[in-house]
Design a binder for this molecule. Structure first.
Ligand code: F6R
Length: 357
């Protein structure tokens, strides 16, 4: 039920702090330490390479998951689009483990890959929001998102839940491996939940950004470097699927290799700047497009901000920034769609769960 909310999407965006807290609780043992089932940790430790397979928003969560797993657990990770995997099957390592990420657990493209790799004799873990879903039943192991039903076609709380569960998987695996995982994840996820609340309370700011940058836009670009690049891809998908504004996310460094040709007077460019190591270079990219007339909107993070930034996110651990930097992008997409009179919860041509290949 929507309750007092005009749309499920807005309700689900607002539920993100609560979902974060539910996940922390669900994955804690009696001593307050993060835990996952031993057999899952064992499968992770046995693998020499992980293959994440997913579609759409879940694929974007997988891109963030790769960074988290490689940095915290030290296992190489490849991320693949399910729909491409069948005919572009990568050369597999000696001991692969497959990780399927699917909110619904019913996506046909992902299921086709799952069936194939099971036939080949490999083990699979499904990360899903729906207990008992097909992808969960057909895999060897399941991790649940605890996000509650997601009704809006545009995925929001499932994306952040997927990233949080991937972070926990990475952390627990790294810790059991004896790797020095230099993060107190329970504490950092608690900080994330509070930061999410701050952002959900700042809706007018994001409505204002949508009103300022997007009413007449025919296109919109999202740029970022490193982990911000992955979040930009998700921001672009959110905007295009519900507002029908053509949107593209790409790496800041790629601008000069082609996309900068599209920048005209007043082309909206939304830049994420949450990573200390690339703060200078992403800001240089913003200058390049601003010089060519783009309307630039920088969303940065406390500690890295510069005068003129349109919004400054609360400071969180630098590996976990996607969990909060996506919220402004979700809200900007929501308000852009609302202002254009679009059917926010049920965008044209789309289904919530894509059960055909
Ligand atoms: C976008 C969106 C889709 C899904 C994709 C995969 O907002 O919701 O891109 O992420 O169809 O769905 P699941 O995660 O159910 O496999």
């Amino acid at each position: 039920e929507k309750g007092t909310y005009p749309h499920f999407m807005l309700k689900e965006i607002d539920e993100q702090p609560l979902v974060m807290r539910k996940i922390i609780q669900a994955y804690q043992d009696g001593n307050g330490n993060l835990k996952i089932e031993d057999e899952i940790t064992k499968a992770m430790l046995d693998a020499d390479r992980l293959y994440i397979v997913a579609c759409g928003t879940s694929y974007h969560a997988g891109l963030v998951g790769k960074q988290l797993i490689e940095k915290m657990a030290g296992i190489p990770v490849e991320v693949h689009l399910a729909s491409e995997f069948g005919y572009n099957m990568p050369l597999l390592s000696a001991k692969p483990l497959f990780i399927f990420i699917s909110q619904s657990g019913e996506t046909a493209d992902s299921r086709a890959v799952l069936i194939k790799v099971k036939e080949m004799g490999y083990k699979a873990l499904t990360i899903t929001n729906v207990p008992g879903s097909t992808l969960s039943r057909e895999a060897d192991f399941t991790l649940l998102l605890h996000a509650g039903p997601e009704i809006a076609v545009a995925s929001t709380k499932a994306y952040t839940a997927q990233i949080a569960v991937l972070a926990i998987l990475a952390f627990v695996t790294g810790t059991s491996k004896g790797a020095s995982v230099n993060i107190n994840l329970v504490k950092e996820l608690g900080i994330i939940a509070n930061a999410m609340e701050t952002l959900c309370d700042a809706k007018e700011e994001f409505e204002q950004i949508a009103a300022e940058y997007l009413p007449a836009a025919i296109n919109c670009f999202f740029i970022g470097r490193s982990i911000d690049h992955s979040v930009g891809l998700e921001g672009a998908l959110k905007l295009k699927e519900i507002s029908y504004i053509q949107a593209e996310g790409f790496a800041g460094g790629e601008l000069k290799h082609g996309t900068i040709a599209l920048i005209e007077k007043q082309t909206p460019v939304i830049a994420l700047a949450t990573q200390a190591g690339v703060n200078g270079s992403i800001r240089a990219n913003v200058k390049e497009v601003a010089t060519r007339g783009a309307s630039t909107c920088i969303i940065s993070m406390k500690g890295l901000e510069t005068e003129g930034d349109r919004f400054v996110l609360p400071a969180v651990h630098e590996l976990l920034t996607p969990l909060i930097s996506v919220i402004p992008l979700q809200l900007i997409a929501y308000y852009a769609a609302l202002h254009r009179g679009c059917d926010v919860d049920k965008p044209r041509n789309l289904a919530k769960s894509v059960t055909v290949e």
